[in-house]
Design a protein around this ligand. Structure first.
Ligand code: AMP
Length: 202
C-alpha cells in the first residue's frame, strides 16, 4: 500500500497503527532512516512524513544541506526561497551554505508589508502563498526548497509566485519525493526542463 500526500485519500487497512522508522545504526545511516511515517496524521488515511528526526541528527542534517546546496551549484543562484514552514529550516541552511540570502514564501496573514500572492487548489479547498514584494528583483535567480514533494501543487504555486515577482526559478530541491503522487510530472508539465532534486524517493 503506497504512502500518500495530504491531497489524496488512500485506505490504510493493512497498515499497523503506530510509528515506523528503521533505527539508524550510526550517523552514517541512509537519510530515509531518519524520516518517520506517522499513520493517520493529520487526518485518517494520510501518512505524515515526519522529518524532525533527520533535523535532530547533526550528520544527517549536514549531509542533507550539503547535497541540496550542491544541486544549485551548476546554476547561478542569487537567493534561495523556502516554503512555510519546514522549507524555512532547510532553505535558510542551504542559503547560508551557498552564501546567498533567503526568501520566505509564507502562508496568508504572516507578511505585514506589500505582497505578491498566489492562490492554488488543494483536493478540498484552496491555499495561498505570499512573498514580500521587495524581496524579489526582476530576473533574480532563485532556487526553491521544500521538505516533501507530494502532488506538486505547492511547488508549482511557489514557482508561480516567484515568477509573479519577476524572479527566475533555477530549480526545486526537497528532502523527500513521494513518487506515486506524481508531483515531479506536475512540475515538469507546467515548467518543462526545471531541475528537480530529491534526496530520498519513496
Ligand atoms: P503537495 O502540494 O501535494 O506536493 O504537498 C507538498 C506540501 O505539503 C509540502 O509543503 C509538505 O510539507 C506537505 N506535505 C504533503 N504531503 C505530506 C506528507 N505525507 N507528509 C508531510 N508533509 C506533507
Amino acid at each position: 500500500m503506497p504512502d500518500k500526500g495530504f491531497g489524496v485519500q488512500v485506505p490504510v487497512r493493512t497498515r499497523r497503527k503506530g510509528f515506523s522508522m528503521a533505527q539508524p545504526r550510526s550517523d552514517e545511516g541512509q537519510l530515509s532512516e531518519y524520516i518517520v511515517n506517522v499513520p493517520d496524521y493529520p487526518q485518517p488515511g494520510i501518512i505524515f512524513k515526519d522529518i524532525t528526526p533527520l533535523l535532530a541528527n547533526g550528520d544527517a542534517l549536514r549531509r542533507s544541506i550539503a547535497s541540496l546546496a550542491q544541486s544549485f551549484q551548476s546554476s547561478k543562484t542569487d537567493r534561495i526561497a523556502g516554503i512555510e514552514a519546514r522549507g524555512f529550516i532547510l532553505g535558510a541552511a542551504v542559503a547560508a551554505e551557498i552564501g546567498v540570502g533567503f526568501i520566505p514564501l509564507r502562508k496568508p496573514g504572516k507578511s505585514p508589508r506589500d505582497v505578491h500572492s498566489v492562490r492554488y487548489q488543494l483536493e478540498y479547498g484552496f491555499d495561498e502563498l505570499q512573498v514580500h514584494k521587495d524581496l524579489i528583483e526582476t530576473d533574480m535567480n532563485i532556487g526553491l526548497i521544500d521538505d516533501v514533494l507530494a502532488t506538486g501543487g505547492t511547488a508549482v504555486a511557489a514557482i508561480d509566485l516567484i515568477q509573479k515577482g519577476g524572479g527566475i526559478v533555477t530549480g526545486f530541491g526537497c528532502l523527500l519525493e513521494l513518487g506515486f503522487l506524481a508531483g515531479r510530472s506536475k512540475i515538469q508539465s507546467t515548467y518543462p526542463g526545471l531541475p528537480i532534486h530529491a534526496l530520498v524517493q519513496q
